[in-house]
Design a protein around this ligand. Structure first.
Ligand code: NAD
Length: 284
């Protein structure tokens, strides 16, 4: 029996339409992005983010700095965007070139504008179960689960990948939604064994076909976050054969990817609401 596909494109389109209405209500709304260097994948993501922002009426500002930019120059730009009242949401695309301390740059962001939820204040509030800004990909995953009526309470949720941008925050969101969460990574002793236990399996490793069809439990819910560029096109981290065992599964492309963009726009609206005092943003 073939799994039902989770249509991330359709849900993302609906969310973008809602965001467009909210932007109209709020008036002017700005999203600034900072990209340093010429990482091809990063450039593609940034372009997509700005196209999507423009479509919903968010004013995008795209700062692209050369690969040899100094840490101080990036910190200065971040400081000026923090101070700029027309900028509601602000993100620095990672990875940064080796001469720049990523943690230092992230700490320099104004937490209220930090739409990727990477600043230690926002990451900490998520850890403590009081989410402020949470990254777009983990939010997109949770929105897909909700849209498809997946009850995660009490479920065995297995997350593969422990990055700060996907694995860790989605594991925390699942935990707060009362799943029993296992977080796997490159040193996990037996990934297949963990995956086969999962009622809800989220895979974000960036390794094509890391999870085989046999490693998916009959009737599981599978979220494939992986984006691997191959000569045949974009492929996920889960073998497509998993669709024969899963109950529901995200396609790649067309699953999590469009959701990430939509939730970034939603996060920009959230930042604007925080900044305008329409939503309380906790300050130390
Ligand atoms: P990352 O490289 O920062 O982290 C990868 C994680 O996978 C690490 O924690 C690592 O321990 C784990 N891992 C690597 N090899 C493994 C293995 N053999 N077994 C178990 N775990 C292993 O990556 P990331 O930024 O979290 O992104 C992960 C993937 O998701 C990439 O393909 C990325 O392109 C994709 N991604 C997609 C979206 C989207 O919107 N669809 C958004 C962000 C990232």
């Amino acid at each position: 029996l073939a799994a039902k596909l989770m249509d991330g494109k359709a849900l993302a389109a609906r969310i973008r339409a809602e965001v467009a209405d909210e932007v109209r209500e709020l008036g002017e709304l700005g999203l600034a992005t900072v990209l340093v260097g010429d990482d091809e994948a990063s450039r593609i993501y940034i372009t997509k983010k700005h196209e999507a922002a423009g479509e919903v009426g968010i004013e995008g500002r795209d700062y692209h700095l050369p690969a040899d930019t100094s840490e101080q120059e990036v910190l200065d730009l971040v400081a000026s965007l923090n101070a700029d009242d027309a900028v509601d949401g602000l993100l620095v695309q990672l990875p940064l070139p080796a001469q720049i301390d990523e943690a230092r740059v992230i700490r320099a962001l104004d937490p209220v504008k930090d739409v990727d939820g990477l600043h230690p204040f926002n990451a900490g509030e998520l850890l403590l179960g009081r989410p402020t800004h949470v990254g777009a990909t983990p939010l997109g995953i949770m929105a897909l689960l909700e849209e498809y009526g997946v009850n995660v309470e009490g479920a065995d949720a297995v997350v593969v990948g422990r990055s700060d941008i996907v694995g860790k925050p989605v594991a925390l969101l699942l935990l707060h939604a009362n799943a029993t969460v296992t977080l796997c990574h490159s040193r996990t002793a037996d990934l297949g064994r963990e995956a086969r236990r999962a009622d809800v399996l989220v895979v974000a490793a960036g390794r094509q076909g890391l999870v085989s069809g046999d490693d998916v439990k009959e009737g599981a819910v599978v979220i494939d976050v992986g984006i691997n560029r191959t000569p045949e096109g974009l492929r996920g981290d889960v073998d497509p054969a998993a669709a024969e065992r899963a109950a529901v599964i995200t396609p790649v492309p067309g699953g999590v990817g469009p959701m990430t963009i939509a939730m970034l726009l939603k996060n920009s609206v959230r930042a604007a609401r925080f900044r305008r005092g329409l939503l309380p943003f906790p300050r130390a």
